[in-house]
Design a binder for this molecule. Structure first.
Ligand SMILES: [Zn+2]
Length: 299
């Protein structure tokens, strides 16, 4: 129920935002950040940093994709530790990315990747970093799935181990290269739940000219300021490293309007601005809709 999972505080719905997605986004952030139990048996997460916590999170993400009628897949990987001594003592990194494909409605072998990491720093509930982006992806995917026409396949991916030097997204990039997927663009999301000054601004990290343009057009249309930065320290970097057209989307770091609770036990459900999350969900949906609809004449 809306009131119980919002801690008694009423969350205000953005005008015209779909009610079902509003409720789902609250539930997603609440479940992943330990504000409510994540399983029917009553398990509650403290963080998503240990093997067990990440496993519980994955089971939930698999269920989310299933709810969207997208078949969930697991990509398991191992990665040697760059420090040989650590590698001998604790062994290689092991992790699992979760992904699913919303197929194009037209014949194509091209993919748009929409991704967000699901792990957190230790002892951090990670409501903003990065349950907020998982909720965003759910909302965007739900609305894209309702489109009559999609020119590209849309691959939704939840990365493991971003907090361990982007190991999860790097492993995913190797995987898609092996599968020889042709990628139109990769959009990765990291922290989209804080907007103290209420201007709804977002930042684009290292967008190509083409991607910057499509985001800015939608920003202008909605009165949303869009800043561009050269920050490369999150998952989009893994894609750019092999020449994929990639962009990172985050909250307004340039004007310091970003959560002060990053990587701390205070990154909790109560701090999330759901109106901002909804505003950004709408914006990203319109951006991807524009890309997948481009040059298609309506009947
Ligand atoms: Zn993050």
């Amino acid at each position: 129920m809306l009131t119980s999972c919002s801690g008694g505080k009423e969350k205000v719905l953005l005008d015209n935002f779909p009610q079902d997605i509003h409720k789902a986004q609250i539930e997603i952030v609440s479940s992943l950040s330990g504000n409510q139990s994540i399983t029917s048996e009553g398990s509650v997460l403290n963080a998503r940093a240990t093997v067990q916590e990440r496993e519980l999170s994955r089971a939930y993400l698999v269920e989310l994709l299933t709810q969207l009628s997208i078949e969930p897949n697991e990509q398991h990987y191992r990665q040697k530790n760059s420090n040989p001594l650590v590698d001998i003592l604790v062994g290689p990194f092991k992790g699992t990315n979760i992904y699913g494909i919303l197929p194009a409605t037209l014949q194509t072998d091209q993919y748009i990747i929409l991704g967000a990491h699901y792990d957190t720093a230790r002892h951090c509930p990670g409501a903003n970093d990065n349950a907020s982006s998982i909720a965003l992806l759910y909302g965007v995917a739900k609305r894209l799935s309702e489109l009559k026409t999609r020119k590209y396949n849309i691959l939704i991916v939840f990365f493991d181990q971003e907090e361990e030097e982007l190991i999860g997204s790097k492993a995913f990039v190797r995987y898609i290269r092996k599968k020889k997927y042709t990628i139109h663009s990769a959009h990765t999301f990291d922290q989209i739940g804080w907007d103290k000054d209420k201007d709804r601004a977002i930042e684009l990290e290292l967008p190509s000219i083409e991607l910057e343009e499509v985001y800015k057009v939608q920003g202008i249309r909605r009165g949303i300021p869009i800043y561009t930065t050269k920050v490369n320290s999150t998952d989009h970097q893994s894609f750019r490293d092999i020449g994929i057209n990639a962009v990172g989307i985050t909250e307004e770091y340039v004007n310091k309007d970003t959560s002060p609770f990053k990587d701390t036990p205070k990154d909790t459900f109560e701090t999330i601005n759901f109106q901002y999350l909804e505003s950004t969900t709408n914006l990203v949906y319109e951006v991807i809709k524009t890309i997948v609809s481009k040059n298609i004449k309506d009947e």
